[in-house]
Ligand binder design. Sequence first.
Ligand SMILES: [Mg+2]
Length: 232
Amino acid sequence: MLVRAVSLDLDDTLWPVLPALIEAEHCVDRWLQQHHPDVARAWPLEAMRELREQIARDNTHLSHDFSEQRRLTIRHAFAACGIDDAPVDETWRIYFAARNNVELYPDSLAALERIVERVPLVAISNGNADLEVIGLHHLFHTRLSASGVGVAKPDPRIFLAAAEALGLPPHEVLHVGDDPLLDVVGAREAGMRTVWLNRDGAVWSHGPAPDLEFTDMTSLADWIEASTATDS
Ligand SMILES: [Mg+2]
């Protein structure tokens, strides 16, 4: 297998995303309690979460744009309290800062630094992680998000956009991610080689197996170093 570049999922591949998402919701809730107590009372954390899920169901045209879903949720919550001029930008800034305050898996950074010594890296994420805020942007040749490209994984077009940005045919790009459907099935349908990053030791049950499977990023870096040594 000839690998000339790695494309990489972010959330739950380089860091666990759930703690950051939960903390971000709490930060917004605390800010609302302080500055808009009526809205905070009308929309406690769980109700706000349900509202966002409802907004997502009602706005399938925004399925690739979690950020806009959250802005719309705030607008809706305030409107329901009779306030048309919702502080959308301010609540978004609070959410965004906390959402990007992620704690990397202990193997991630060292592995990324080893991989970029051999091949360029592209990020492909459906979420709204910001590598610049997180401090990893210098390691990435290109960063693609579903909201920027206009389609979300597993749509092959977002993977093809990554290959195009690299100037490589898809079969020379190895896509790495934790999600069997979004990452492995999606990338395979775009013609990429695939790695399932299976940190939890789950059982594969999504059709044809990925080309490779690793439990951490260190093993991926080992494989990249070994394979680029024989190819060059
Ligand atoms: Mg992921």
